[in-house]
Write a protein that binds this ligand. Structure first.
Ligand code: HEC
Length: 265
């Protein structure tokens, strides 16, 4: 009886908003999900894939340089995207990973790209698990993207331009959905990304477990999906367009403490 009564009291407490979430009921659900994030299961999978000898060259990814030296993962993701001399390109986490899977392990680029974004409800792709594991190794560190190389600066400016530019048959720009506070499409909050806090929340939480798809998703997927929503031509995986937008967003979010996997509806 005692138990029952305290249960009823707890429900009443929730309904009355005594938990401090009264202003945003959706936050209750989000908080509950974040505490029990199935995305954690992908971390070990990514770790195994990273250290396993794989591909035609039978090599692990331990020699992959994400910017701090071969195999140095601690904090590496916090500085991405960044310029890499060997490819003479600004690369985000996923394009860098792709470079290593091709160069070190001998995988065919097209094959990795084809499978990079997994079907919803599947067990996910190697790239999704690896991207999560590598970013996870920067958990607790602050996003710190630099624009000191000319190509980094140029990518940032291109991303900024793309973010504000209207395009396509619907004449949508990113900023129309993501440039104001408290906007929603149906039940989905549209994150306000021209606000520092909003940008920080975004760049510190990807890769994230996507509840609606039952898999871990990456930033490349997120951008791909917004392009689709805008009815723009399909965003090519790790294209310069995607990296420009990522560079812009990550630089805006500098200072955010990385906490992956995030949890998205
Ligand atoms: C038509 C409205 C619309 C446009 C235009 C749009 N998005 Fe989105 N965006 C959404 C929706 C809806 C979500 C997902 C919200 C959810 O699932 O909870 C989202 C989510 C995101 C997220 C993830 C936010 C998070 O939760 O961490 C990013 C990043 C993003 N969009 C970037 C962009 C970029 C960059 C552009 C321009 C190329 C863009 N969006 C254009 C509607 C839009």
């Amino acid at each position: 009886m005692l138990k029952l009564r305290s249960g009823v009291a707890a429900i009443a407490f929730l309904c009355l908003g005594g938990n401090g979430y009264a202003a945003d009921p959706l936050a209750v659900g989000r908080q509950m999900l974040a505490e029990d994030n199935p995305g954690e299961l992908w971390i070990d999978q990514g770790k195994n894939l990273f250290y396993q000898k794989r591909g035609p060259k039978n090599a692990s990814l331990e020699q992959c340089d994400f910017g701090l030296g071969p195999g140095k993962l601690e904090g590496a993701a916090a500085h991405l995207p960044r310029y890499f001399q060997d490819t003479d390109k600004v690369q985000d986490l996923e394009s860098r990973l792709l470079t290593c899977m091709v160069e070190l392990q001998g995988f065919k680029r097209e094959d990795v790209v084809k499978r990079a974004i997994s079907p919803g409800g599947s067990s996910g792709s190697d790239v999704e698990a690896l991207a999560l594991y590598i970013t996870f190794r920067s958990n607790g560190m602050k996003v710190n993207v630099s624009l000191s190389h000319q190509k980094e600066y140029d990518m940032y400016k291109a991303g900024e331009y793309l973010f504000f530019r209207r395009s396509g048959q619907t004449d949508f720009a990113c900023v129309q959905c993501h440039g104001e506070a408290n906007k929603r499409i149906r039940l989905q909050d549209l994150i306000h990304m021209t606000d520092k806090k909003g940008a920080q929340e975004v760049v510190s939480t990807w890769p994230a477990y996507r509840g609606a798809h039952y898999v871990v998703r990456t930033m490349q997927w997120r951008l791909y999906d917004c392009f689709w929503q805008m009815r723009l031509p399909e965003l090519k995986y790790t294209s310069d367009t995607s990296i420009a937008l990522t560079t812009y967003l990550h630089y805006q979010g500098n200072g955010a403490v990385i906490r992956v996997p995030g949890f998205k509806r």
